[in-house]
Design a binder for this molecule. Structure first.
Ligand SMILES: [Fe+2]
Ligand SMILES: [Fe+2]
Length: 206
C-alpha cells in the first residue's frame, strides 16, 4: 500500500468512535482481512457518493461488515444464538453467512449501533436479499469490488457497478450463483430472491 493511501485511510479514522473501531478491527482480524475492511470502507464511501447514499452509514457498514470474519464457527453460532435472532434451516446450512449475521448482532449489542439500514447492510452483505436498500447494495457491491479484490472478473464487475448498482447486483448474482452451482454448494433463499427480483424488474446488463 502506498504511503498516501495509507495516510488518507488513517486520516479517515482519527476521531472517536472511528479510531476505536479501527483498533478493534486490527486486533480481531488477520492483517489481510483488516486491510480488506479498510478497502471496503473506502469503496463504500465512493459508491455512496456516486449514487447518493448516506456516506457516513456506508463508511460504518463498510468498515465493520467483516468484524466477525475471523471468529471461529462454534463461537460465532453461540454468539448468534445468545441474541434474539432465530436462524432458519437455510441459515444454519450456510456457515459462510454466519459472520454476517454475527456482525450485525455485534454492531447492535456491543457497539450500540441502532440504525436499521446499517445493520441490514452488514447482515445481508454475503447473500443479498429481495428489497435491498440503496445502502445495502452499496455495501454489498463495495465488498465485491474493493481495491484489494483480485478475482478474474473484478475489473468488469467494477465497471458495471460504477455505471449502475442494479446492473452490478445482477452481474454479481449471476457470477456468484454460477460459481456456487459449479462448486456444488447450496444457494441461500435470500440470494435467489435477490436474483429473481432483479430479473423480474427487467434489469439488463448494458
Ligand atoms: Fe463478509
Ligand atoms: Fe468482506
Amino acid at each position: 500500500m502506498g504511503e498516501s493511501k495509507k495516510s488518507r485511510r488513517q486520516a479517515m479514522l482519527l476521531d472517536s468512535p472511528w479510531s476505536e473501531y479501527d483498533q478493534m478491527l486490527e486486533q480481531r482480524l488477520s492483517k489481510k482481512r483488516y486491510k480488506h475492511s479498510l478497502a471496503v470502507m473506502e469503496r463504500a464511501i465512493e459508491l455512496a457518493r456516486r449514487f447518493g447514499a448516506d456516506e457516513e452509514k456506508a463508511k460504518l457498514a463498510g468498515l465493520l461488515h467483516d468484524v466477525m470474519k475471523d471468529t471461529e464457527d462454534k463461537i460465532l453460532l453461540q454468539f448468534i444464538e445468545d441474541s434474539d435472532i432465530l436462524l432458519t434451516y437455510a441459515d444454519r446450512a450456510a456457515p459462510q453467512l454466519w459472520h454476517a449475521i454475527g456482525a450485525a448482532v455485534f454492531l447492535q449489542k456491543r457497539l450500540g449501533i441502532v440504525d436499521e439500514d446499517v445493520l441490514a447492510a452488514v447482515r445481508y452483505h454475503t447473500t443479498g436479499r429481495a428489497g435491498m436498500s440503496l445502502l445495502e447494495k452499496v455495501v454489498y457491491l463495495a465488498d465485491l469490488t474493493s481495491s484489494d479484490r483480485d478475482y478474474g472478473d473484478v475489473a468488469k464487475t467494477r465497471r458495471i457497478v460504477d455505471r449502475d448498482l442494479d446492473q452490478g447486483m445482477l452481474y454479481s448474482m449471476k457470477f456468484l450463483i454460477g460459481d456456487l452451482v459449479a462448486r456444488g454448494r447450496l444457494l441461500h433463499p435470500d440470494t435467489l430472491a435477490c436474483y429473481d427480483e432483479l430479473v423480474r424488474a427487467g434489469v439488463q446488463i448494458s
